[in-house]
Design a protein around this ligand. Structure first.
Ligand code: NAD
Length: 248
């Protein structure tokens, strides 16, 4: 497939990654969808009109190197969207599970970014890392997710510093309560859905498309002087802590 600037989207087998890929394609980008889950990836690629796709585990350096070396064009956009959350309390969880979450949510994004930036530095480009409001204010029971996502936002700042001279902009998007992807089972419960929607100052959950729009803004020329920024897309929920404090 030819035409359009090349974008890579990880974790594109469904959820937010699929929405990002769909919007990028609609905006004329050539998109390669990347995911570790072969079936979900093939299904999504089919849904998106036979989009290009590659199975790849972003935590595996050899797989990432093979993918990036095999590209027939230099990517101008990388969206590090792949991520996982495992629910358990710190005292109960295994070190192996802790390591696995950090490996996917933080180290995997580094492995992808390093491989892509080594090619991107010839012409410049843009990297957008999908963190979470969980990286700003940790959510009970989500263990390594908070430090992993906080680390990813901090890594974005460092990459912005180190790679700015190559014309590579690096930014973060931190989604809040999103109605889709890994949160689909949470919002299948109507009670939780209503309570969470009411808690958000904008009085609704965010959509996968809300995140896709923020990502593609940061990838666009309109954001040409924005680098090292963390764009929080959460309907202002992270600012509501003091309004939850009880008053007599
Ligand atoms: N949905 C939410 O409420 C929400 C909120 C804040 C942040 N996020 C973040 O948004 C991103 C997308 O999440 P989502 O909600 O669409 O979840 P999702 O589970 O639908 O998508 C994540 C994708 O990442 C893929 N993936 C996991 N490990 C991988 C690996 N090693 N290599 C390649 N791909 C891998 C999965 O197969 C999956 O398709 C994640 O980084 C998540 O942390 C989601």
């Amino acid at each position: 497939m030819t035409g359009g600037k090349l974008a890579l989207v990880t974790g594109a087998g469904g959820g937010i990654g699929r929405a990002i890929a769909r919007l990028a394609l609609a905006q004329g980008w050539r998109v390669v969808l990347i995911d570790v889950q072969q079936e979900a990836l093939a299904r999504t690629a089919n849904e998106l009109g036979g989009a290009e796709h590659q199975v790849c585990d972003i935590t595996d350096e050899a797989q990432v190197a093979a993918l990036v070396d095999g590209l027939d064009a230099v990517p101008q956009l990388l969206v590090n969207n792949a991520g996982v959350v495992k629910f358990s309390y710190l005292l109960d969880m295994s070190v192996a599970d802790f390591r696995r979450v950090i490996d996917i949510d933080l180290t995997g994004a580094f492995i992808m970014s390093q491989a892509v930036a080594r090619r991107m530095r010839e012409h410049g480009g843009s990297i957008v890392n999908i963190s979470s409001i969980g990286g700003i204010t940790p959510s009970l029971g989500t263990n390594a997710y908070a430090p992993g996502k906080a680390g990813l936002a901090k890594l974005s700042e460092l990459m912005a510093l180190e790679w700015g001279g190559y014309g590579i902009r690096v930014n973060t998007v931190s989604p809040g309560f999103i109605d889709g992807g890994m949160s689909t089972p949470v919002y299948a419960d109507p009670k939780t859905r209503a309570l969470r929607s009411q808690a958000v100052p904008l009085k609704r959950l965010g959509s996968e498309d809300d995140i896709a729009q923020a990502v593609m803004f940061l990838a666009s020329d309109a954001a040409g002087y924005i680098s090292g920024h963390n764009l929080v897309v959460d309907g202002a929920i992270t600012h509501s802590v003091l309004s939850q404090v009880p008053r007599a």
